[in-house]
Design a protein around this ligand. Structure first.
Ligand code: DX5
Ligand code: ZN
Length: 262
C-alpha cells in the first residue's frame, strides 16, 4: 500500500513533499539539466508515455523503458471530466517517481488543475504540464508551478491557436502542442500540430525565448521526422513505443529519425 497524499491528511502530503522535494531538487533536478543538455547537443528526445503500459508491473515497465534509453517519461493524468477517460493520479505518479531515475513530465488533463499542482509537485513531477484551455488564470498557475519547483509547461489542444499561448510564453519553461485530441492513446496524428510547432520555433528564434517545444499524440516513424523538422524537441510517444516488440529499438529508431530531420 502506498503512503499517498490521497490516503489521508494534509500532513501526509506535507511530509511527502519534504522527502520528495529533496529528490526532485537533487538527483532528478540534475537529470532535468541533463535532459536539456541532451536536447541541446544531440537534438530531439523521445519521452515514452506510460498510458498503454502494463500497470500490473509498473516498476518493471519503468525499468524497461529506462534500460531502453528513455531520457524522461511522460505521465498522462486524466480525470474523466476535462477528458472522457479516467487514468490515474498522485498515487501512481508517486510510485513511478520511486521507480524512475529519469525526469517525469506529468501531463495534467484535469479540471481546475490549479487545485492539485502542489500535490503533483510533491508526488515528484519534474515538469508539470497544464492545459491552457483549463486555466482560469494561466499566468498565476505557471508562477505557482515554478514556485513549487517543477518546470512549468503549457499544453494546447488541436483546436487552440498558438496566438493564445503568446501572452504566457515568457512565463513558461516549455509548451506542449497536442497532435491529437487529449484523452486517448493510439489516435491518428493531426497535422495541424506541424504549423503550430513551426510558429513556436519561429517565435522563439525571433524573441530569443528559452522555452522547450514539445509535441504529444500520434507519433510514429512516419510523423516523428516532420514534427522534429518543424521544431519539436520533447517528443512524446505512447503506442509507438509501448506497443512495439522492443522498447529500445523503437526509442532509438524514433530518436534517430527525429535527429536526422531536425
Ligand atoms: C493523449 C495523451 C498522450 C498519449 C500519446 O491524451 O496525452 O500522451 O499517451 O499516445 P500516442 O503516442 O499513442 O498517441
Ligand atoms: Zn500526454
Amino acid at each position: 500500500m502506498l503512503d499517498s497524499p490521497l490516503s489521508g491528511s494534509g500532513s501526509v502530503a506535507r511530509r511527502q513533499k519534504s522527502t520528495l522535494q529533496t529528490h526532485v531538487n537533487s538527483s532528478a533536478g540534475n537529470a532535468l539539466d541533463q535532459l536539456s543538455a541532451c536536447v541541446e547537443t544531440r537534438g530531439p528526445v523521445v519521452l515514452p508515455a506510460l498510458l498503454l503500459c502494463d500497470f500490473g508491473h509498473l516498476a518493471r515497465e519503468v525499468e524497461r523503458l529506462e534500460e531502453a534509453g528513455a531520457a524522461a517519461l511522460h505521465l498522462d493524468v486524466m480525470d474523466g471530466r476535462f477528458v472522457p477517460q479516467l487514468t490515474y493520479g498522485m498515487v501512481v505518479v508517486e510510485a513511478v517517481r520511486r521507480a524512475a531515475k529519469v525526469p517525469l513530465e506529468v501531463h495534467l488533463m484535469i479540471e481546475e488543475p490549479e487545485r492539485s499542482i502542489a500535490d503533483y509537485a510533491a508526488a515528484g513531477a519534474d515538469i508539470l504540464t497544464v492545459h491552457l484551455e483549463g486555466l482560469a488564470d494561466p499566468a498565476r498557475t505557471l508562477e505557482a508551478i515554478s514556485s513549487l519547483g517543477p518546470k512549468a509547461h503549457l499544453a494546447i489542444s488541436p483546436g487552440t491557436p498558438v496566438e493564445r499561448l503568446v501572452p504566457y510564453i515568457d512565463r513558461c519553461d516549455g509548451v506542449l502542442v497536442m497532435s491529437v485530441e487529449p484523452g486517448y492513446g493510439g489516435q491518428r496524428f493531426n497535422p495541424v500540430a506541424l504549423e503550430k510547432l513551426a510558429a513556436l520555433a519561429e517565435l522563439r528564434r525571433s524573441r530569443g525565448g528559452a522555452f522547450r517545444i514539445g509535441v504529444d499524440g500520434g507519433i510514429s516513424t512516419e510523423t516523428v521526422g516532420p514534427v522534429a523538422a518543424a521544431g519539436a524537441e520533447l517528443i512524446v510517444a505512447g503506442s509507438a513505443v509501448i506497443r512495439s516488440q522492443n522498447y529500445a529499438r523503437a526509442i532509438t529508431e524514433l530518436e534517430q529519425l527525429a535527429r536526422e530531420a531536425a
